[in-house]
Design a protein around this ligand. Sequence first.
Ligand code: NAG
Length: 244
Amino acid sequence: MMEYIGATGSPIEFDAVPIQPGIDFHFILGFAIDADSSGTPLNGEFKPYWADTLSPESISSLKAQHGPSVKVMASLSGWSLGGKVLRWTRPNNQSLWISNAASSLRSLIATYHLDGVDVDYENFGRGKGDIESFAFCIGELIAQLKRENSISVASIAPFHTTVAPYAALFRRYGGLVDYVNYQFYTDKVRNPVAYLAAFRLRAGQFGKEKLLPSYEVSGRGIQGDGFFDALAARILNENLVSLY
Ligand SMILES: *[C@@H]1O[C@H](CO)[C@@H](O)[C@H](O)[C@H]1NC(C)=O
């Protein structure tokens, strides 16, 4: 289970989310952004922009209360900051970007007791090398943070128009990605059958083992029981396949 939290600016608390014991539960803080407060990029220097109710103290107490099955991650980038759309473009010096990103994230990880990072760049430049550099820089960043045990978990959050850069990342560095939070609600899938078809399509792109079915509460796409019917259909379908 993964829950994006803190992105809207509303003063949300972890306590607002029910946590069932015995399942791995990841809170994903939205967002750590490589930009100053006016949205100007800082060449890999990530800063925390999630709701400040999600403080280092509240994360410590959440973890003390629930133990190791609850993990907290920071999501990188998101759509926009203060009305300015955020966009990945090729850094002038990729090694410098990776090194700045690793050191700024190391410090956020230590301050906020984080277990991992989620990658949620949602807009990309159309220049030469923009997609390639995303795959390389983000892949190397995750590799470095995992190698030095700064993080234990990494996820990525593609949606329909960003499949290409994420597929490029996944092709080269998929072994380091633990979960794929494909944003199914952006596909405007509204019923269980269509949801299942969308899940099959994305499983073909990212593999079914790491792909998590997603749901935007009171938002776009499938709502209410339809989501759970789609999950039941998937389980039924897999059981039938294994019978044959
Ligand atoms: C790029 O950054 C790296 C790491 O900081 C540095 O060693 C290297 O000299 C830089 N390359 C250029 C062309 O500036």
